[in-house]
Design a protein around this ligand. Sequence first.
Ligand SMILES: [Mn+2]
Length: 335
Amino acid sequence: MSQDKAWPETQAILAEIKKAKHILLHCHPSPDPDSVGSVLAMKFALEQLGKKVTAIQGDSEIPKAFMHFPGAKEIVKKNFFEIDVNEFDLFIILDSGKGGVSRIKEVMFPESLKIINIDHHRTNPGCGSINIIDPSYPANCLILFDLFKEWSIKLDSDIASNLFIGTYTDTGGFKYEGVGPKTFSAVADLASHIPSIPLLISKMENSNTPGFISFEAAALGNISVLFDGKLAISSVAYSVIESKKIPASDVSAGAISSFMRSVPDWSMVACAAESQPSVVKLSFRSSDSNKYDVSKLAAELGGGGHKAAAGAVLSMPLEQAIEKVVSTAKIMYNL
Ligand SMILES: [Mn+2]
């Protein structure tokens, strides 16, 4: 578990790729740029190796803000149940933590399908016949960067742009734990292949919708600060989402928790968004992740993630979900 040594599985994975005829890739539910960037970069790398590859979107639509990532338009708008999994002999799972993997397990895959699982979430249960799970990496795209070097993949602007945007986003713009000299040396290499980094980032970030602004206003207008600032929770009830006609794609708990994290007086922050009646999306951020590791809190609630950024979904009414978060956090962190 280190960013400094190669994984023993590196060549075994390449050998499986070389054997494969048709490779399946998919984005995890509610994909972030590390998921989409990983899938697209891997697709281009596999194609460079002469492979036939199909990338599907999986359970969620690819957000519009990511559609300028090179290759994004080639992602097939289908989930596992809308394709014939028998057409594939290799399935490479990327950046899917515990939640993503448990969704994959609902699919019946043929015995003949080899599964490779590459991820940086410590909660990943390791469901592949070959796994690389390395939580020392702040982004899955950086694991791919190292793998591609080992596999002698030639970086081009398509691969580099996707690896960069996943890295940039999953590190919170190079702010989160795990970022270090190795991140920047990878990024320096990637940057030399990207026509315009400012354009790549600004097209993604300046893509707010009126629905998201309504959601943001509702969420930021309803924050409770508990335990002397050790936990601040923003919440939005489904009735509000319905009355303000906020589209489901604009209900982004992660965007709210990321913003709330900017308050130094709050150790842990959470956004609880009741996206459907009695379905509550939870997003957690920690500004002191050694003391308040929110991946543990998320895991206890059936979700997963990283020490400083994690999430879960609770199927219960909003008030009950908030109560559960508060009582679990109180015990877990001695608040
Ligand atoms: Mn990731």
